[in-house]
Design a binder for this molecule. Structure first.
Ligand code: MGD
Ligand code: MGD
Ligand code: SF4
Ligand code: MO
Length: 917
């Protein structure tokens, strides 16, 4: 104990948004200018779903700030040769020199033109971890907006390995960029590979703990017993990548065994396309005049357009229609007379007939009785007909949900899973109503802070969709970015987020080699590549090959925290002031990723709790400097005035805090204007709070009704239907896309086109991985095990691996020491706990220790997180294996939306002696 008392102790309110489960509120205890502790922000206890608390990772932010391995001043490369075995020769330089070098390059690019001879942006940028870098990059978005076209094609695993299919199909079906259960009200959750107790942050953990106390039941379906499985009522160890079969069997039990009488008939009839009549060619029967889909009206006993007032559409039966048309791809209209039509619901029932629990049991390795029981429990708990009062409105209560984790949600089979999950919700009327399956937010649609406003009438009684065009006239025949998202993936659209959600592995692959019948302009290298809070050289697939591509990029600028495996190849390292050192305001509340469901919305400030270490600089300062040095100051300021800082436009009804576009503004001035505009907007002009107020209070919120969590009332109000179960539109779009590609003599995307079906069929999904092996010349029997990945509560992807405290905590949590393996399987292989092992796939090997467990399928191995670092200080000494080192990047394993999964066939063996070093 020291007798000296500290001179000043401050508790500075701020936020953590290091992973997509955020933002979470905290305060930083600062003693004599030094951050010493992260503590809850109890002032937020009544608004924040985790009552003002953060997770273990946020407690690492103190060490993050004072990490001795931090880069504390700008650096430039002196060794022109880039390679894993080439020392980059980074030397410190001044900010003036660093920004000068960058501005010269950028100005030269601007002079040549922003787009190169292949029609691709000369500047590319990659930001990682599910969009969280935006919560730390200050006003950089305003600089990017001022610059013009930028290629976000080069992915880092966020997107294509994330919850990718859910992002795309979720928004399509129910404006759900991510999907969650209505945990506070639900009674029964089937959680299929969703590891929410590790990945959902304090909000999810709090909500699920409360639900358990309330007595809800969660059934965890996944090949290994994750932390989430361990605190669920039941664990169902499914065979990897067979989830669609399991879910199809659940649907089978509900529609073929229980039948319509036990389902939510009004919901299916009025809120879905179930009554739309499907003709013999698999397309909707449409009214010959209006081309509107027909339904069979039970009152008048005839086929009428779906929106005929007073009609009571049939869900069952077969009906003769005197005259109709069908509309196929490229608007091919076919007149039909005396044609038979069946409601889409009947098509579903017929289609599901073959997917019995007995059939699924063979595929998924789950007993038929278990599947039947789970379907029954789901149905029983749905309590069809029940209601609940929410803020004065009586809404349906359907307390059952199905959630999907990231590995179920991407690659082949993910479309089927997302479809089945959403269909399961519609069968019991549990989509977007209290207790059921809810979307969180939108990213492909606008506005981002209110998904209800994106519910606009579109064609055929459904919501309007922003697909990339596939018709002859408008199809984007020449890619505008290196992953060709507008050309290949209609459903990803073309919003600000779309490109990063395109098939980003294709961008990497096509830098090395294009398919034989490519027939598109040759993909060029970006002349300048920005990278921030992302480490694709660790997070992507086939990371050994990936770094070879990164090494060829002519000029890479990394906003850098430490050296890592990606910025090892950079030409400039720019160290920004980070979490506890810089200023930014973001929106909070409403409904957001993972389980951020609030009954308030507002803004929160991140502020310098301590002085920036070394020469690190606030991102807003860096962005303003870049804008000035590239002659873009005016466009940059105008972007800020429009709200490109990420919060509010600086001018609104009754207030105007716009910045003078001609002048350069300081960091505080910019955020002060944002603070004032945000508070004025939120309060409807009643209150204007400045930066000083926010520095003291941290956040500002206004109440929001819980009714905003539920989308179905909004659809009902607008008379719209969910586009389920029958995917007539997707079928047509797929055919159209095929026509375009084939007209241009391209067949390399043909396998992907097979995913466009009206009702998904089971195909041998795991078999695709085996086939990919064989196609690459390997023998399937040489790689008998599945290797999977799972998240760690202590690590946010690879972002905080260099923080000692995280390592210390993680080492006390099972699995973090190596590869998790079934104890019986290990015995067969002569492997003991702690033995050093080699895990080999057809493309390479990764090494680590065996961690034996009983809670894992005998045919499965699991590696936590993403490691195998070789440059990141501290982490490079962990000796942890990584799936990413040995999982291939593969066109064959890319689905129609452009995603792939973290799964690979492997062999394992014990290594000893010299090899084990
Ligand atoms: N094996 C395996 N691979 C995976 C996953 C998995 O679960 N297992 N998950 C996948 C998913 S879902 C995602 S979203 C991706 C994410 O993968 P990435 O997008 O690559 O994201 P991170 O791993 O978080 O990026 C970490 C980098 O950010 C740097 N960094 C951290 N803090 C700061 C800072 O304050 N300033 C600066 N300048 N840099 C900082 C770190 O040093 C590190 O280099 O990974 C994917 N890859
Ligand atoms: N602490 C922490 N939280 C995070 C992140 C983080 O890195 N750390 N990352 C954030 C991000 S970017 C994302 S995308 C989310 C992801 O959040 P989750 O989807 O919850 O991620 P995982 O933990 O990878 O969960 C995947 C689970 O799927 C199982 N699984 C793998 N293959 C299969 C399969 O074929 N079938 C079934 N049924 N299960 C399978 C694995 O056993 C694993 O437990 O987490 C977010 N939250
Ligand atoms: S879950 Fe943890 S790391 Fe993620 S934002 Fe919240 S506090 Fe930060
Ligand atoms: Mo992710």
């Amino acid at each position: 104990m020291t007798s000296e008392t500290p001179r000043t102790v401050r508790n500075v309110p701020t936020y953590c948004y290091n992973c997509v489960a955020g933002p979470d509120f905290m305060t930083v205890k600062v003693v004599d200018g030094v951050a010493t502790e992260v503590e809850p922000n109890f002032a937020a206890a009544d608004v924040h779903p985790a009552r003002g608390r953060v997770c273990v990772k946020a407690h690492g932010l103190v060490q993050k700030t004072y990490n001795p391995h931090r880069i504390l001043q700008p650096m430039k490369r002196t060794n022109p040769k880039k390679g894993r075995n080439e020392d980059p020769g980074f030397v410190p330089i001044s900010w003036d020199e660093a920004l000068g070098i960058m501005a010269d390059k950028l100005n030269a690019i601007r002079a040549k033109g922003l787009i190169d001879e292949s029609g691709l942006p000369r500047v590319a940028a990659s930001f990682g971890h599910g969009g969280t870098p935006a919560m730390y990059m200050g006003t950089l978005p305003a600089f990017l907006a001022a610059w013009g076209p930028i290629d976000f094609s080069f992915g880092s695993g966020q997107g294509v390995k994330c919850v990718h299919s859910e992002h795309l199909y979720g928004e399509f079906w129910h404006r759900a960029f991510t999907v969650a259960a209505d945990t506070p009200l639900t009674r029964y959750v089937i959680s299929i590979g969703s590891n929410v107790e590790a990945s959902g942050g304090p909000c999810a953990v709090t909500r699920h703990a409360q639900a358990r106390v309330r007595g809800y039941k969660r059934v965890q379906v996944e090949p290994h017993l994750s932390i989430t499985g361990a605190c669920s009522a039941e664990w169902v160890p499914i065979r990897p990548k067979t989830d669609p079969a399991f879910m199809f069997a659940l649907i089978h039990v509900m529609v073929c065994e229980h039948g319509l009488a036990r389902l939510d008939l009004p919901f299916l009839r009025d809120r879905t396309s179930s009554p739309y009549l499907v003709g013999p060619d698999g397309l909707y029967l449409r009214d010959p005049d209006s081309a509107k889909p027909l339904v069979w009206d039970c009152t008048s006993a005839r086929a009428v357009p779906f929106d005929t007032p007073g009609a009571v559409p049939a869900l069952e039966g077969r009906f003769r229609v005197a005259a109709a048309i069908s509309v196929d791809a490229d608007d091919a209209r076919r007149p039909l007379t005396e044609v038979d039509g069946v409601p889409a619901f009947v098509k579903l029932v017929e289609h599901m007939g073959k997917y019995s629990p007995e059939w699924a049991a063979q595929v998924c390795d789950i007993p038929a009785d278990t599947i039947r029981r789970i379907a029954g429990e789901f149905l029983d708990n749905a309590g069809i007909g029940g209601t609940i009062e929410i803020d004065g409105a009586t809404l349906p209560l359907r307390p059952v949900a199905v959630t999907l984790g990231k590995s179920v949600n991407n690659g082949w089979g993910a479309f089927e899973c997302c479809w089945a999950r959403t269909v399961l919700a519609t069968l019991v009327g549990a989509l977007e109503v209290p207790g059921g399956t809810l979307g969180t937010t939108v990213r492909l649609n606008r506005p981002h802070d209110d998904r209800h406003l994106s519910v606009v009438a579109g064609e055929d009684g459904f919501m309007a969709q922003k697909f990339n065009p596939t018709d002859k006239e408008h199809w984007v025949a020449q890619p505008t970015g290196r992953n060709a998202h507008r050309t290949l993936v209609p459903i990803v659209g073309n919003s600000a987020w779309s490109q990063a959600l395109g098939p980003t592995q294709l961008a990497w692959m096509f830098q090395r080699e294009v398919p034989q019948d490519w027939n598109l302009p040759t993909p060029t290298m970006p002349e300048m590549w920005f990278i921030y809070r992302s480490n694709p050289a660790i997070s992507f697939w086939d990371t050994q090959a990936l770094v070879d591509t990164i090494a060829t990029f002519p000029f890479t600028v990394s906003f850098a925290y430490t050296i890592d495996e990606t910025n090892f190849f950079a030409d400039l390292l720019l160290p920004e002031a980070t979490d506890l050192e810089s200023l930014q305001m973001i929106r909070v509340g409403g409904t957001k990723f993972v389980e951020q469901f609030w009954t308030a919305r507002g803004v929160v400030l991140r502020q310098p709790a301590v002085e920036p270490q070394g020469e690190t600089r606030d991102f807003t300062w860096i962005s303003t400097e870049l804008a000035r040095r590239t002659g873009l100051l005016e466009a940059y300021n105008k972007a800020l005035n429009r709200g490109a800082g990420g919060v509010s436009a600086l001018k609104g009804e009754g207030y105007d805090f716009s910045l003078d576009p001609a002048r350069e503004h300081g960091v505080d001035t910019i955020w002060d204007a944002v603070c004032r505009a945000a508070s004025a907007e939120l309060s409807g002009g009643r209150e204007t709070l400045d930066l000083a107020w926010f520095k003291e209070h941290g956040f500002y919120t206004v109440p929001m009704s819980q009714k905003a969590w539920y989308l179905t009332p909004t659809l009902a109000e607008k008379g719209l239907r969910y586009e389920l179960p029958y995917q007539e539109r997707l079928l047509r779009i797929g055919r159209e896309l095929g026509n375009r590609l084939h007209e241009n003599r391209m067949h390399w995307w043909d396998e992907q086109l097979s995913e466009y079906t009206a009702l998904p069929e089971w195909h041998d999904v795991p078999g695709r991985w085996e086939k990919a092996l064989v196609d690459s010349g390997a023998k399937a029997e040489d790689f008998p095990l599945w290797l999977l990945a799972t998240k760690s509560m202590q690590y946010h992807t690879g972002g905080n691996v260099s923080i000692a405290l995280m390592r210390e905590v993680a080492q006390n949590v099972r699995g973090h020491a190596g590869v998790i393996m079934n104890a019986d399987t290990a015995k067969q292989y002569g492997i003991a706990d702690g033995d050093r092992v080699e895990i080999r796939s057809h493309i390479g090997a990764t090494y680590g220790k065996a961690v034996l467990a009983n809670g894992i399928r005998p045919d499965t191995l699991v590696i936590i997180g993403q490691f195998d670092h070789w440059a990141t200080p501290f982490a490079k000494d962990f000796g942890m294996p990584s799936l990413n080192t040995i999982a291939p990047m593969s066109m064959e394993l890319t689905d129609a939306t452009g995603s792939g999964a973290d799964i690979v066939r492997v062999a394992i063996r014990r290594i000893s002696g010299r090899q084990a070093q």
